[in-house]
Design a protein. Structure first.
Length: 57
């Protein structure tokens, strides 16, 4: 079984990739609402994972 800290770090890495991908999809001049919603959700998930990792340390 994977320790919780390693599992959270793996999730965090995947979220970082998804955030980068979402940011690349955003046009420079006019941001589309669905893309921004995706980005906000991913960033919120990232913050939750970071909080959980902080608690484990």
């Amino acid at each position: 079984m994977i320790p919780e800290k390693q599992r959270l770090k793996a999730i965090l890495e995947e979220l970082e990739k998804k955030i980068e991908e979402t940011e690349r999809r955003m046009p420079a001049h006019s941001v589309q609402q669905p893309i921004m919603i995706d980005l906000f959700q991913l960033e919120e998930e990232r913050e939750n994972i970071l909080k959980q990792l902080k608690v484990l340390q």
